[in-house]
Design a protein around this ligand. Structure first.
Ligand code: NAD
Length: 337
């Protein structure tokens, strides 16, 4: 397939592009490149593509492709809170526009990177499946719910949207993010010797490795239409349904000599959800996630040490909010300068 991959110069896109290419697809990227220079280690090979803002996408960007995988977004809760209007412009309105352009251009399949944070304040220990009530608690998560609702309306016989609700990602990517929980805790532990948890550690936070997300998208791209058409899927594994305190415990074990401190100073975190991932395994027989939290923590320790992670880069270059706030790469509408 000829696949347009938006967000190909992000944390997940940089891992996903080679997985798609290895599966035999021709990948064309589309990204404004906000984090193109946020690299840890050697610069990876990047597929050819468009350097364009999602808000400026036109018909020609989606013509001649069989499928769109849409990752480009302001990609976390703190970013969404920085500029909720921009979050809705980019994540919601521009995404729905992209889907409409794709459908009108004859694109057959549209895979959308949604998130398990649509379940928001689900609370409790019961597993939430895809038909659970959505309780987003941030503009970021709300923007994802709106896209799912609006793109669902575009589904028809010739246009198959699929909504992949990813758990929180972890693991090495050449375009690292240090602002997601495991990557963050490992970095602090390597740099300071302390695994520091500011919440009380009780919230459930399901995790999934970036490469397992890439494999899930690759599988959904070619899965039987009747199995995936217009459906939402949680992406992850019950084995990685862990609490923040458990994640911190794995990190303390992966970083020899580090000390676990749960301060509780940030109070209770309302985002807590424990997720049921069965629907995707049933739709795509044979699919399962491979990476455990422990293996991901060890992989990150190794990468941070091998590539000489510094405290400055950890806090600035690899923290999406800090990188955008420094204003070097973007104007005040978050367009790349
Ligand atoms: N990483 C996670 O834990 C996680 C979990 C669930 C869902 N997701 C979703 O997966 C997708 C990718 O996440 P990521 O972790 O790779 O984030 P990321 O921030 O690393 O990458 C996002 C990419 O989108 C691009 N982008 C942002 N705004 C743009 C715009 N206006 N025009 C063009 N390009 C733009 C950025 O340049 C960047 O390359 C996002 O939609 C995110 O919401 C991520």
């Amino acid at each position: 397939m000829r696949v347009l991959l938006t967000g190909h110069k992000g944390y997940l896109g940089t891992v996903m592009a080679p997985v798609l290419a290895e599966a035999g697809h021709e990948v064309i990227g589309l990204d404004s490149g906000l984090f193109a220079d946020c690299l840890l280690g050697p610069r990876p090979e990047t597929p050819p593509g468009f350097e364009v803002d999602l808000r400026d996408v036109t018909h020609e960007h989606v013509s001649d492709v069989d499928a769109v995988i849409h990752l480009a977004a302001l990609s976390n809760d703190p970013l969404g809170a920085l500029a909720p209007d921009l979050t809705y412009d980019i994540n919601h309105r521009a995404s729905v526009r992209l889907a409409r352009l794709a459908r009108d251009a004859g694109v057959k399949r549209f895979l959308y990177a949604s998130t398990c944070s649509v379940y928001g304040a689900s609370g409790g220990d019961a597993l939430v499946a895809e038909d659970a009530p959505l309780r987003p608690v941030t503009p970021y998560a709300e923007s994802k719910v709106r896209v799912e609702d609006d793109v669902h309306e575009l589904a028809d016989e010739d246009f198959t949207p699929v909504f992949l609700r990813n758990a929180t990602a972890f693991g090495f990517s050449p375009r690292l993010r240090a602002d997601i929980v495991l990557n963050n805790l490992v970095g602090h532990a390597v740099l300071s010797g302390e695994v520091r948890v500011l919440s009380d550690g009780t919230p459930w936070r399901p995790l999934v490795h970036a490469r397992d997300i890439a494999s899930a998208f690759a599988a959904a791209l070619v899965g039987p239409k009747e199995a995936v058409h217009d459906k939402a899927f949680n992406i992850g594994t019950e084995r990685n349904n862990v609490t923040v305190a458990e994640i911190a415990g794995e990190v303390a074990e992966a970083v020899p000599g580090s000390r676990l401190v749960i301060t509780g100073e940030a109070g209770a975190d309302p985002r807590s959800y424990r997720v049921d991932f069965a629907r995707f395994r049933e739709a795509i027989p044979g699919f399962d996630c491979e990476w455990s939290v422990k293996d991901g923590a060890l992989e990150l320790v190794d990468a941070y040490q091998k590539y000489g992670m510094t405290a400055h880069d950890f806090e600035q270059r690899f923290t999406r909010l800090a990188w955008l706030k420094n204003g070097i790469s973007v104007d005040d509408t978050l367009r790349r300068r």
